[in-house]
Design a protein around this ligand. Sequence first.
Ligand code: COA
Length: 258
Amino acid sequence: MSDLLQSVREGRLLHLTLNRPEKRNALNSALCRVLVDALDAAARDRFVGAILLSGNGKAFCAGMDLKETAGPCDLRQIDALHEHLFTVYTRLQKPLIGAIQGAALGGGMGLVSNCHIAVAAPDASFGLTEIRLGLWPFLVYRGVSAALGERRTLELALTGRTFSAAEAREAGLIHEVAADPLARALEIARGVAETSPAAIQGGLSFVQQVRGLDWTRAGAVARKVREEAFGSEDVAEGIRAFLEKRPPRWPSLKESMP
Ligand code: COA
């Protein structure tokens, strides 16, 4: 693992930390590459139950590395990495939980919108600031739209204004504001990592399958996967544990222990 990204395992929790604080964790291609690789590896690893994403230093992430893209670079390769990174929520079937401090701008906000759950510090700031650079947030637009809705995303992309953690929460970009976002996100991630892996994977797979489908087709998918879920050992154990008034011991969790 490169110094640009720290990776720590704690049981079923994988904690990834953007580690380019002197450049406010701006996403140069090297950092994008290691982050994409780490997320892909985590997606394949059955021992990973949840992923926590945070950033070192004053900012969570200042977005695309403007110095790199201003110089001679392989824009196609950078675009491919960004496309992969900013659509991770369409593939990843493990909960991705973000802890946000300082600024999350441009691609940094794109990363936040790809987190399934996000917690931010009271003084965190957000924005699709690309327009100030004469750009449009092309690759992060879908992820942010999925989180905030198209009307709000359009307004943010057109104005390039930055906004507060309180507004981000009200808009649904983040779920909580906490004085210590890392500690709170860690608490959430640890809890999620202890839930039924089969239910989480099946649930996120369902969410990905029905995105963009009309209600009737989405209903057909829901009925099919629900029927499958009811035949699973985890659901049998979950219901048994409820009736016996004890905590569940998920069979799929046992299979997911190293
Ligand atoms: N790309 C490349 N370098 C960046 C960067 C980016 N997106 N954002 C910050 N940096 C670099 C700065 O150039 C500076 O480098 P230097 O020390 O070599 O001069 C260093 O990070 C610190 O930046 P600075 O602006 O002094 O930090 P700050 O704490 O005062 O402000 C930000 C932090 C994130 C608010 C500010 O850096 C910023 O607005 N960055 C641009 C964000 C942006 O427009 N992103 C969209 C990209 S499409």
